[in-house]
Design a protein around this ligand. Structure first.
Ligand SMILES: Cc1cc2nc3c(=O)[nH]c(=O)nc-3n(C[C@H](O)[C@H](O)[C@H](O)COP(=O)(O)OP(=O)(O)OC[C@H]3O[C@@H](n4cnc5c(N)ncnc54)[C@H](O)[C@@H]3O)c2cc1C
Length: 315
């Protein structure tokens, strides 16, 4: 049973850049905000964050630590846990459950739950995720410049991503790990750019400490490789959104308007879980946008209620 203490202007589920920036905007407008986050930010294992002005190369845990200090300053309440259940109440508020049978209610709900990357199930690859194995040339391509780069693309066509990696190296190998999806014209184009294609099965990543040194094939051959990009997509963390009735694309991204509001009144989605490019700066910007929209819609509601009360008292 929610108490007055468990009643919030806004609850935000997901404490990455999207959720935290929304919390910042709302708390600075004196809104009572609860931020629920289980702490598995997508880039948490990254060796350094890029494309975010003034924070180039910063480790994500350091970024989060500063973020939390700033949120604490403005009185955001943070719960480090996972929320498995949220529902819409008859008066259009939301009820959110957290472990321990505790429930919280809010007037507006923001889901900023991000996505989870599909890291291929190749021995050694998960351990290298974020330090030698990456998914995004924009995020990590520069750091691999001029090095021997591999591209692992088994279930998806690696052709486009191979071309996207060309600005970073002349030593690129596309590993299909036993798949034969490339068309002849594509093979010719890759060959023209000097991109080697290896279709043999991979047995494991060869490493020295946290560094990738080679890719081992089932023939016993090892192909020298310092960095690996993968093209295996992601799963959107949208279980709560779907359960609440949020309309999503076939890939699971929530459909939102330019204020990050979805098809349900009072419910917003921001960051990687909504449809857009997956960048820290874009997630943070979407969070800010949701924060503004939530505050403004609460303001309208508060002003309307105050006006009605005034009228009732003066009658
Ligand atoms: C290896 C790697 C490197 C990257 N490098 C860069 C880079 O250099 N520059 C860049 O711009 N982008 C980079 N990205 C992308 C970047 O991480 C994302 O775009 C960004 O984190 C999205 O922010 P978000 O707030 O939407 O989601 P996230 O940061 O993923 O945060 C979502 C949070 O919600 C929590 N959550 C989910 N469901 C629940 C629930 N039910 N209850 C409670 N909590 C929940 C998760 O645990 C997580 O903490 C990188 C990604 C990866 C994988």
């Amino acid at each position: 049973m929610p108490s007055a203490n468990n009643s919030w202007d806004a609850i935000i589920i997901g404490g990455g850049p999207a959720g935290c920036n929304a919390a910042m905007v709302l708390a600075r407008c004196h809104r009572k905000v609860l931020l629920i986050d289980e702490g598995k930010q997508r880039n948490i294992l990254s060796h350094g964050m890029h494309n975010y002005l003034t924070r180039d190369g910063m480790l994500p845990p350091d970024f989060l630590e500063i973020t939390h200090q700033e949120l604490d300053k403005y009185g955001v309440t943070r719960l480090k846990t996972r929320s498995e259940c949220a529902r819409i109440l008859p008066d259009k508020r939301f009820e959110v459950e957290v472990p321990g049978a505790e429930t919280h209610t809010c007037r507006r709900l923001l889901l900023a739950t991000g996505v989870t990357d599909n890291v291929p199930d190749v021995p050694g690859m998960k351990e290298l995720w974020g330090c030698s194995v990456f998914h995004c040339p924009f995020c990590d391509g520069w750091e691999c410049s001029g090095k021997r780069i591999g591209l692992y693309a088994q279930r998806h066509n690696g052709f486009g991503m191979a071309l996207a990696l060309l600005p970073f190296t002349k030593a690129l190998t596309l590993f299909t790990d036993g798949s034969h999806y490339l068309r002849r014209a594509q093979r010719e184009e890759l060959n023209h750019h000097g991109i080697r294609v290896v279709t043999r099965r991979i047995t494991h990543m060869v490493t020295e400490g946290e560094k990738l040194t080679a890719v081992a094939l089932n023939t016993g051959e090892e192909i020298a490789c310092e960095y690996m990009f993968v093209n295996h997509g992601y799963k959107t963390n949208n279980e709560l959104a779907l359960a609440l009735g949020v309309k999503c694309t076939a890939k699971g991204a929530a459909l939102v308007n330019r204020h990050q509001q979805c098809n349900i009144f009072g419910l917003y989605v921001a960051g990687d879980a909504a449809l857009d490019a997956h960048f820290v700066s874009i997630a943070a910007a979407q969070g800010a946008r949701a924060g503004i929209a939530i505050h403004e819609s609460l303001l309208k509601e508060d002003n309307r209620a105050a006006l009605q009360l005034n009228r009732a008292l003066s009658e």
